[in-house]
Design a protein. Sequence first.
Length: 421
Amino acid sequence: MSKPTDRLRQIQASKSRICRAVGLRSIRAEVGASDEGTTRGELWLYGVVGGWWYGFDAESVSHELRGLDVDEITVRVHSPGGNAIDGIAIGNLLRNHRARITVVVDGMAASAASVLALGGDEIVMSPGSQFMIHDASVMTYGNAAQLRADADWIDKQSQNYAAVYASRAGGTAEQWREAMTADNGEGTWYTAEESVSAGLADRIGTVTAAGSPPVAPVDQLDDEDEMAALAAWDLDVLVHPAARAAWQTPKPPIASASGKTETEGGSAVALTTEQITMRQKLGIAEDADEATVVAALTEALAERAEPTAETTVPEGHVVIPAAKLADLEAGAKLATTTAKALHDQERKTFLDSVKGKYLPTSREGWEAEYDRDSEGVKAHFEKAAVLIPTSEIGHDAPVDEAKSEDDAIYALVFGDDEKEA
């Protein structure tokens, strides 16, 4: 009996989908009636518990039991076990059915199958059949914390199984747990006689089957749809989803050779798909061989390699030598540089001429404004007042130089010093 990991759940879900689609069942139910009027049914549980392709699970068993509205049901078991939770669920499905359930162990009821077998009102061991009980186990991986969690689950599930054995066969859960962990953890196998002695079965006997065992799924495959379903199942079970996704990544198609030509007196020559396409576009006859195709293609490429003025130069354009183009580009660059130098000189000359009409700290701002609108700047300074005098103040003039207007006024008020002297 194993813990239903995510991978196992995926496999079980896939099995259920495919079984429903193809109509395959590894269990079989039949209904009949006795002479006394008692209705009877028969249910075969052969295969793995949890259903890994050939087997059964709680869902499929519940489906079959819903169709057995009878007074008595014989459940024939032959299973190595499987999914622990499904074993518990199926045992309870049998326990809770209104019919009287007789479980017949035809071969073995091991692991999870031993628990579901205990769901019968009467348990009959066929001659040579066996019971087997052991601790739960898991298929897992992970870090230490995850593995400890799985170990805790194993203990709890195994304790659950031990309690089921004790409730049916007597004794304590601890005693059954000892039997489950015996033989270095391998568990305990019970013969038919030992099963009855241990209380796991009621008697040894032969119970005649009303019908025939279920047919193995592989024996039922008789058409392509069923084979496709089986192939899909194999992918789910055998191929990890990550690997399957990698396989399904789109790949570029591979061209296959098709068509052939044959020259007179020669052998057939296969052409590739590309060569056939080129032959059609070049307008070559269908019986042209590979050499003809290559020659026509070479000629077409040569024609394209000889451009003319009419075909390569758009209207309104001219073709000039590269050296001439270089000269023109150099000349344009020189003209641009020269024009800028002249503009800078003109700007400097003008702003120097009106420097008394602006503060020195605003020179850069006026230079930028001049670059933006030179005519506007010139018009502004033509009307602007002088802010800073630029003529010399306090310079001694020569004795024979004419006196300024201020000196004359001073002389009228205070007298002429030179004369007094």
